[in-house]
Design a protein around this ligand. Sequence first.
Ligand code: AP5
Ligand code: MG
Length: 215
Amino acid sequence: MDMRLILLGPPGAGKGTQAKLLAEKFNIQQISTGDILRQAVKNKTKMGLKAKSYMDQGKLVPDNVVIGIIKDRLDNADCSKGFILDGFPRTIQQAESLSQALKQMEIDIDHLIDIEIGFDYLIRRLTGRWTCRECGEGYHKMSNPPKKKGVCDKCDGELYQRDDDKEETIQKRFEVYRKETEPLKDYYQKNGKLNAIKGDGGIQEIFSRITNLIT
Ligand code: AP5
Ligand code: MG
């Protein structure tokens, strides 16, 4: 079944965690601008070197860079059966460019899901997060630990703590979210596509909330 989804939500809401589960269940591509940018940083590409200073400060990478990434990615044949956007769009300009690109491709988004959760929860989630250096899989030292400490269950890659998961950078990311990304809720509400789900509870519980909503 073709399925095109957007996941919205603050840093640590569980976008990446849920996107991976949804991608597996529906056999569609997960497109995470954060993951793509971190790969570019790791590979020290020109884009990665430019993006790193923004990411380390908890700021957004300029719109033209991420919009370019998304257009390239959506053009790829593996997206023809569907995709799930995780961490994009994050500004009104990104949302408008996305809608233009989709129009040109003559496709539409089926569901926009906003994961709602308070910032107090998120600090704990982000400071306890471990991420795989190879495949980007996310873990949590308490709520979602890997089978073997420091090693990814999926690909045996090394787990690390993201540079932007320090408390002061997290606060900056929340501030940027409030200012730049939260207005997207109103923007999408107007075209009647936005559905909010509660982001508290266990990973499987939230996954059920999302799948109930979209199937
Ligand atoms: P990005 O990588 O997108 O970071 P983010 O939005 O801050 O979101 P996170 O990845 O931190 O959280 P998440 O919602 O994916 O949560 P997760 O599932 O990991 O962006 C990073 C940076 O890249 C940005 O700051 C910016 O600089 C740049 N960037 C990216 N996209 C951009 C764009 N479009 N425009 C401009 N710049 C962009 O879960 C968090 C933790 O909680 C994990 O440890 C997980 O195991 C755990 N967890 C998840 N669900 C639960 C649960 N239900 N219960 C308990 N624990 C849980
Ligand atoms: Mg993420």
